[in-house]
Design a protein around this ligand. Sequence first.
Ligand code: SF4
Length: 369
Amino acid sequence: MIPSLYVHVPFCLRKCNYCDFYSLPLSAAGDLFREYPRLLEKELTLWQSRIEPGSFSTVYFGGGTPSLLEPETIGHFLSLLKTEQAEITLEANPETLDAQRLSAFREAGVNRLSLGVQSFSPRFLEAMGRGHSPEQSRRAIRDARKAGFGNIGLDLIFGLPGQSLEDWAHELEEALALETEHISLYGLTISQDCPWGKAGLSPQNDDLQADMLELATEKLNRAGILQYEIANFARPGFASRHNRAYWRRENYLGLGPAAAGCIRNHRWNNVCDLPRWAAAVEKGELPLEGEELLSMDQVIAEAMFLGLRLLEGINCLDFAAQYGLDPRKRFKREISRMKKAGLLEEDENQLHLSRRGILLGDAVFAEFV
Ligand code: SF4
């Protein structure tokens, strides 16, 4: 069974200055923007002729800026899938939305909106090269509520060049005032290839970023938006089912350039290039680039470090039932070292990060690679 489908939509109105995702500005996409829905449908058919995906419990349109697609296009694509009771998420940028489009996305079947707010400060939005104002973010959330969305998330970035802890506290207060069900936080990294990297800009240092995450955890938890993964917070019952499936290492299929897929120990990536992806799909070929058959050791290590990202951690009995071994025996030395360092804890059969481990997660995950 493949419970999750990711659909990458690699188009943006313009590129943000820090962006490292695979997406093209619309001006560079040419006819492929118009052709994209047809090609996605063809790629889906290629998979359906090879495997029986069954019913999806989550579908996630990510990007890029999926809200650049027409609501009818999303609706038509969803009509090709079995999605009864599914969580259907659309990533959206505020400047692409208005009340009418939001109602049409809701009618098309989207039931979860993930809004790329990133900041409420005009100064930082401008520096990032974002195309929206704080007021557009607020309006998009108000309009989404009126359109019937009962599950809205927003994304914020922390560690921006020049951002202080006080700036960040203000961002969190602005976000909380909007009363969304979900908030995702991204600690900024800057690759050498993006405009900020080329200009020699750096994110705020690790210590300040750790303080920012700690402050966010305190403020959001206090407001009832509870941390359920290192950088993700939700009101009870509103954790992202799609992302949870990744962290639980469940099977997923990815469509579109740069999308990834994983079925049991078979993992792959699609080519990270829109014209090459389109040419392969047009020829009736799956546009795969990197394919790996993981060993059982690799699968188990991956299940450990993904599962530990969730605050509830790993249930050792469930893990043993799924992988045929108790992680406490297989990783006895590593677990003991991490417990002594105060990074890992065990309650009953549940292995999970400690408060300190949440802030130093990478050090824990490295133990299992
Ligand atoms: S909107 Fe998102 S994907 Fe598009 S350029 Fe900006 S950060 Fe990248």
